[in-house]
Design a protein. Structure first.
Length: 338
């Protein structure tokens, strides 16, 4: 794994009479039974994770699992009850309010489900608004806003007001606004969930295009596993405030940590998730193959043309063979690698 851009260690968020006092007095992790007996509600429990630079890290779970609370703790939009959040070389839990304001203005981008555009401002002025708050000169901020508006595909709409745009276009404005300050990390909390399915798919495509260009470090929240596997480098699955498992989509499908993760991934489109590496078997002496494919190739990419292919690693080393039987085992829903 590359260098972490964001790390959190043992982060808790409790609602109750005196959460920080509870941890100060106790000096150790409370059990769920103890917390309930003391009248606390656990929103996030003992969360630990690292987000690598340039990674799309998806946090997902059902409604009420704690995913949105956790991302707000990571940005310190709400106060964690305990733990550590390391970003830009320091623990955010020790940062002053002024330091947090500066970090959010210059190093963090945020996009939420509700677009929160300023209705009386044009597209250009909405996108430029964070730069105006920073005190950037009008000419410079408008030039940057035009660049971002073009980047998200809204060139020619700069003078429109929000109510003159579709839902997908409004979300593009929100994305452009969040990128205007060139943030080091980008937090997105269910940004597409309010959109119609076709527009949502379009926005996912746009998101992947932007990431290919910008290579941002991204924390993305969703409750939709199909969206998660389409976008994520790695996924953290949460249940009742706890992180149950962190892994690539393939790791979650092939080696679920428990029954909850197994159920979460049960209907996942395996042909889109599993790679040639995952289903390859050892090559037998003298076995004929029709060619070779990269180990990270997804099953859906080669399923229609497979006879028997050698599977090669990044350096060209043959690591195994996939054949028609291996592909069919994926397509009919088998979950174990051969």
């Amino acid at each position: 794994m590359t260098e972490a851009a964001l790390s959190c260690r043992n982060v808790w968020k409790l609602y109750g009479p005196d959460p920080k006092g509870l941890f100060a007095r106790r000096g150790s992790k409370p059990s769920e039974a103890e917390l309930k007996a003391a009248g606390y509600i656990t929103a996030v429990a003992d969360a630990t994770l690292d987000v690598s630079r340039g990674e799309i890290f998806v946090i997902m779970g059902l409604s009420g699992s704690g995913k949105s609370t956790l991302v707000r703790c990571l940005a310190r939009l709400i106060e964690p009850s305990a733990g550590e959040v390391m970003f830009a070389g320091r623990d955010l839990l020790g940062a002053s309010q002024q330091e947090l304001i500066e970090l959010r203005r210059h190093k963090m981008g945020m996009v939420f489900q509700h677009f929160a555009l300023l209705p009386h401002l044009t597209v250009l002025d909405n996108v430029a608004f964070p730069l105006e708050i920073q005190g950037v000169a009008r000419k410079e901020r408008e030039a940057r806003a035009r660049e971002m508006t073009t980047l998200v595909g809204l060139k020619g709409r700069e003078n429109n007001l929000p109510h003159e745009l579709s839902g997908g276009q409004q979300q593009r404005v929100g994305i452009a606004r969040s990128l205007a300050t060139d943030p080091d990390i980008w937090f997105l909390d269910e940004p597409f969930s309010a959109l119609d399915p076709l527009i949502r798919r379009e926005m996912q495509n746009e998101f992947l295009r932007l990431q290919a260009v910008l290579q941002k470090t991204i924390v993305f929240i969703t409750h939709d596993f199909d969206e998660a596997i389409r976008l994520a480098d790695r996924i953290a699955i949460m249940q009742e405030g706890r992180i149950v498992q962190i892994g690539t989509p393939e790791e979650l499908v092939l080696a679920p940590a428990d029954g909850y993760v197994a159920e979460f991934t049960r209907e996942a489109p395996r042909a889109k998730i599993l790679s040639a590496r995952a289903i390859a078997r050892d090559k037998r002496n003298g076995e004929a193959v029709a060619g070779s494919i990269a180990a990270d190739s997804k099953v859906e990419e080669f399923a229609r043309k497979v006879e028997a292919f050698a599977v090669h690693d990044a350096d060209g080393t043959i690591i195994g063979v996939v054949d028609r039987a291996a592909v069919m085992s994926v397509l009919i829903g088998a979950t174990e690698a051969r």
